[in-house]
Design a protein around this ligand. Structure first.
Ligand SMILES: *Cc1c(COP(=O)(O)O)cnc(C)c1O
Length: 429
């Protein structure tokens, strides 16, 4: 480790005095939607109204002495955009305020945030206890890479509180879950997990990608760190990749040094897109959720659908928990899984589960066949042969991904059109 590094870390932990004018004074106790529109903006002397994009890799100093002061810790301020950048910081400050966290650290992608979490909080010999229903790449990262570096990994059913408690080991350092989960929209009891973690000196890390702070704030429920794939709803229009961690100053400083050292940093342009995305997050999530609730009603009543995985349905086992955990009334997210029946009468041909699922997907005319989610455009995927294809058959089964499962990310089109498009394949099964 170089001599300058510890000083540099101390330096960057402080609020940058170059940040002369946070456009919103958070001490004045503003509401969440005001924060979403205005928090964290650094307005320059040009007086720009909209947030500027700082496309610069480095920063100039007034003199050799000024440069030295930036490096030896006497002065704070930007040094290099792998470390800090004003556009990235605006996004971090706005997201931290929305999640009720002290600080956020932005990353190049959601997976970058999850890798940062692993590198910051785990070491060889530690145990990572994760929910068995996770984004496919998260499972791949844990099984293929964390295991390679000596981290023990095991999984439990995310909805089974007893299973979580039984799986805790003396070396368990992190409990990791998504709520709602991908692709079955399962719900974890974050308050319960928080108590379990506190009693056993474990960090609780919650991937809040599907809910977003518009629906759920895991830190308020007792989580230590929130993970985001900003690629999804924070952008909301499928344009750029990014991620973030949110939590206490201390935990974020550890994450920050990983990002800086490993170069997992977010680009200023992407940060700007996400900053603007946050302004409309709540409005978009309200509309997404309303559409999703109607689509789920349609699916659950369709004769060729055997199961709908969506906590917004009143008979879903986690419906009550989701209602309690989500602060947006009637908001259960807009991602759902549904399973189609493997054969039905219509054209008298027998289809196996995969063929039936593919028929429904291929019969759409408007909905996009793509693995992205959290987009204004409705998207449809067959997880078993795409997002979860790389997992072993066993891991896939454990994640509840079978051949008849379709994942739907309900977008912002007219809901009648989404339903009509899904009906094409379902009616003709
Ligand atoms: C997409 C996603 C990720 C990974 O994010 P990227 O931005 O694609 O790297 C992590 N968690 C969940 C729940 C996701 O949906």
């Amino acid at each position: 480790m170089s001599q300058s590094q510890p000083r540099d870390e101390k330096n960057l932990n402080k609020v940058d005095p170059n940040w002369r004018s946070d456009a919103l004074n958070l001490d004045l106790d503003y509401g969440m939607q005001t924060i979403a529109v205005r928090a964290g903006q650094h307005r320059t002397d040009e007086g720009e109204h909209s947030e500027a994009i700082f496309t610069t890799s480095s920063y100039v100093y007034e003199s050799a002495a000024d440069a030295a002061a930036h490096f030896n810790g006497d002065k704070t301020g930007n040094v290099y955009s792998r470390h800090t950048n004003p556009s990235v910081r605006t996004f971090e400050r706005r997201l931290a305020a929305l999640e009720n966290g002290e600080r956020a650290v932005a990353t190049a992608s959601g997976m970058g945030a999850i890798l940062t979490m692993c590198l910051a909080y785990l070491k060889a010999g530690d145990h990572l206890l994760a929910a068995n229903q996770l984004f496919g790449s998260s499972i791949g990262l844990f099984n293929n890479y964390m295991a390679k570096f000596g981290v023990e990994v095991s999984y439990v059913d995310c909805f089974d509180n007893e299973a979580w408690a039984n799986a805790v080991q003396p070396n368990t350092k992190v409990i990791y879950c998504e709520s709602p989960s991908n692709p079955l929209a399962q719900i974890c009891d974050i308050g319960y997990l928080s108590q379990l973690c506190k009693a056993n000196d474990i960090l609780l890390v919650v991937d809040n990608c599907f809910a977003t702070p518009a629906l759920q704030r895991p830190l308020d429920l007792g989580a230590d760190v929130v993970i985001h794939s900003a690629t999804k709803y924070l952008d909301g229009q499928g344009r750029v990749l990014g991620g973030a961690l949110v939590g206490s100053d201390t935990l974020m400083q550890e994450a920050f040094t990983v990002v800086r050292s490993g170069g997992i940093s977010m680009s200023p342009f992407n940060a700007w897109v996400f900053t603007k995305g946050l302004e409309t997050l709540k409005l978009r999530m309200q509309a997404h959720c309303q559409n999703a609730n109607q689509v789920a009603e349609f699916l659950v009543n369709h004769p060729n659908v055997s199961t709908v995985h969506f906590s917004g349905l009143s008979d879903h086992p986690a419906h009550e928990l989701a209602t309690r955990q989500h602060h947006m009334k009637g908001g259960y997210g807009a991602i759902m899984g549904f399973e189609v029946k493997s054969s039905a009468g219509a054209d008298s041909s027998k289809r196996d589960s995969k063929a039936a699922a593919w028929h429904v997907i291929d019969s759409t005319q408007m909905v996009s066949i793509t693995n992205n989610l959290g987009d204004a455009k409705t998207t449809i995927t067959h997880p078993a042969t795409t997002t979860h294809f790389r997992l072993s058959a066993e891991a896939r089964a454990e994640a509840g991904v079978n051949d008849s499962l379709i994942r739907l990310s309900v977008g912002l089109e007219d809901v009648e059109d989404i339903i009509k498009d899904l009906a094409r394949g379902l009616d003709s099964l």
